[in-house]
Design a protein around this ligand. Structure first.
Ligand code: X5A
Ligand code: ZN
Length: 629
């Protein structure tokens, strides 16, 4: 099942016919540039290509008034002067004789994408559309937008598929006020938007783009605005916003579908956004969203006006949707710092996952229905079974696997080990990695296990023990804490501690050790692996104890390949004790690991951009990190 890519070349027809410096950014070349880079990278060819059809007027009517639809229909017959006069009645809008056709195709493409994902024809996908949609209102065009593609798709998903919870993530650099207005009293649609704001001095200059606009009536708490009051936000800021603000809310909301208003004017080089986040960041944002809603992520193009930055960022998004591991996120992980120069790398080569069993105790090494290993094909969702290879000793295989991950021949691996050999195997894996020159090794230990005595705490190993006897920060690299008691607590630990640490540390390899009596259910371990894989660019080696291995392999192998983890089941808030423990850990670790910072009230004016404004917490979401900030 491949990622859906929905497009129609007629959407390049609409263009600005007169001089207008504000509107000239939104031009046909945007789609041409994106598509040609997708082809050059071989990404388009890996997708399920769907040709867009025009949305029906009934579909447009899910959001827009009949009078407004009629008015846009009439623009097909207007001459240039009339088009220009009409355009002037709206803020930052131009009409072209083909606008109605293009805008209907844009809605149609978005609906086809959602249809493909909700019927199971594709796991996820991207609609490449023009004109964009998120600024348009029920009865008005606005900000280059004519029909509200994403809002119509959300209404359609509710009405035609009976969905109850839809998350809209608007990572465009402008506030999608149109979407906000349409769903402000609707608790079934959680709308999150970050946007350049500058205290209201940036377009569209709205009071209601600020943090205190949280929705109304039944929908109160289901609109979340994160205004950026400075330009220059980079990868660490965007990650901090996802880890500390969006994802805690999103997990509790538990969406059935994620729609992304995927504007790339929030990427480096864009003349509108003036931000610093690199294209690679969008692979990370996409992967982080893919752990929600069973991976049903539908990205729909909004803005993005720097053709190279736009095209690279779309490629990164598609690579993530396809399940490719990586890329590594470069640069400082300190929120609100200017990031280093924009580096662009080509697509990764095909890599394999190896599954091995040190004692060969009947662990499944092939996923059912999975084709055999193939080295020359780019898709990375195949396993290489090493169990059959009698020539290699068990330990030899294991070391081969460690090497393979470090030198990039293998992406990730799972090893089953006897309980008595767990500590020794981990020790060997660490020694082997260090002797191969590894500089940063993250050891995530679930269950009780002490730091190997013969290995120095010299900054090359970050030891994070969850499920240990006591809470202890022995050094910035040696952290131990008991297991949180609830799903909410566990999520808090992942989003508020494990992932920020992993992103800050930038490990070359993550060793996850899972004991049988560590108290976590398989879906929890799967979620942890699915999320750790993201900062680790896929390079995760899981060491399982034999007794628990057979079921855990079945759960872990798909997620290490980028498939969505299973749902965690009923949500229980973190206990006050767990929140207190996390708060205490973070307070001690923040000076060294900057991505742990949620807010820094103490820093005054200069540090005010560190603040991730939480506003008034939406009702029922108070398990999040406010207690820690
Ligand atoms: C979709 C989008 C921006 C309009 C900016 C007007 N619209 N100054 O990015
Ligand atoms: Zn925009």
């Amino acid at each position: 099942m491949a990622t859906a890519l929905v497009y129609h070349e007629d959407m390049t027809a609409a263009r600005l016919l007169w001089d207008d410096p504000e509107c000239e950014l939104e031009r046909p070349e945007r789609l041409v540039a994106v598509l040609s880079l997708l082809r050059l990278r071989g990404l388009e060819q890996r997708c399920l290509r769907l040709s867009a059809c025009e949305a029906s007027e009934a579909e447009l009517g899910l959001v827009h008034s009949p009078e407004y639809v009629a008015l846009v229909r009439e623009t097909q017959t207007l001459d240039e002067d009339e088009l220009r006069a009409l355009s002037k009645q709206y803020d930052a809008v131009y009409f072209h004789p083909s606008t109605f056709h293009c805008a209907r195709l844009a809605v149609g493409a978005t609906l086809q994408l959602v249809e493909a994902v909700l019927t199971g024809a594709a796991p996820n996908g991207l609609a490449l559309v023009r004109p964009p949609g998120h600024h348009s209102h029920r009865a008005a065009a606005n900000g280059f937008c004519v029909f509200n593609n994403v809002a119509i798709a959300a209404k359609h998903a509710k009405q035609k598929h009976g969905l109850h919870r839809i998350l809209i993530v608007d990572w465009d650099v402008h506030h999608g006020q149109g979407i906000q207005y349409i769903f402000e009293d609707d608790p079934s649609v959680l709308y999150f938007s970050w946007h350049r704001y500058e205290y209201g001095r940036f377009w569209p200059f709205l009071r209601e783009s600020d943090t205190d606009a949280v929705g109304q009536g039944q929908g109160r708490g289901f609109t979340v605005n994160l205004p950026w009051n400075q330009v220059g936000m980079g990868n660490a800021d965007y990650l901090a916003a996802f880890l500390h603000v969006l994802l805690p809310l999103a997990f509790e909301f538990n969406p059935e579908l994620v729609l992304v208003s995927a504007g790339f004017d929030s990427a480096i080089g864009d003349p509108e956004g003036q931000m610093q986040a690199t294209p690679e960041c969008f692979a990370h944002l996409t992967q982080l969203l893919q752990v929600l809603a069973g991976g049903r992520v539908c990205a729909v193009l909004e803005g993005g006006y720097h053709l190279d930055s736009l095209s690279e960022s779309v490629c990164m998004t598609v690579q993530a949707l396809l399940g490719d591991p990586g890329p590594v996120l470069q640069g400082s992980m300190e929120p609100c710092q200017r990031c280093e120069g924009h580096r662009v790398e080509g697509a990764g080569v095909g890599r394999l996952t190896a599954l091995i069993s040190l004692q060969c105790p009947g662990v499944h090494t092939e996923r059912p229905g999975c084709p055999g290993p193939s080295l020359d094909k780019p898709p990375t969702r195949q396993h290489e079974s090493l169990t059959q290879d009698k020539a290699l000793s068990a330990l030899g295989k294991f070391l081969f696997l460690v090497d393979g991950i470090l030198n990039g021949k293998v992406t990730c691996g799972i090893a089953a080990i006897p309980a008595c050999g767990k500590a020794a195997t981990l020790d060997v894996a660490i020694q082997q990695s260090l002797s191969r020159g590894a500089q940063r090794l993250l050891c995530l230990v679930l269950g009780e296990l002490d730091w190997p005595l013969d290995i120095a705490d010299d900054g090359r190993i970050l030891w994070l023990n969850i499920g240990g006897k006591e809470t202890a920060v022995r050094s910035a690299f040696h952290i131990s804490t008991p297991l949180p008691g609830t799903t909410g607590g566990f999520l808090n630990y992942i989003l508020g501690l494990v992932l920020p640490l992993a992103y800050s540390f930038q490990p070359e390899l993550v060793l996850v050790t899972v004991g049988p009596a560590q108290g976590l259910q398989n879906p929890h371990v799967a979620l942890l692996a699915a999320m750790l894989r993201i900062p680790a660019a896929g390079r995760v080696l899981a060491l399982l104890e034999e007794e628990s291995a057979p079921q855990l392999v079945t759960t872990l192998a798909p997620v290490l390949h980028g498939e969505a983890p299973p749902s965690l089941g009923p949500f229980l808030m973190a206990s006050p004790e767990d929140i207190q423990t996390l708060k205490c850990l973070r307070a001690q670790l923040e000076p060294r690991w900057k991505l742990l910072q949620v807010a820094s009230e103490a820093q005054g004016e200069a540090g005010s951009c560190h603040r991730v404004p939480l506003g008034k917490p939406p009702s029922g979401t108070n398990y999040t990190d406010q207690a820690c900030s």
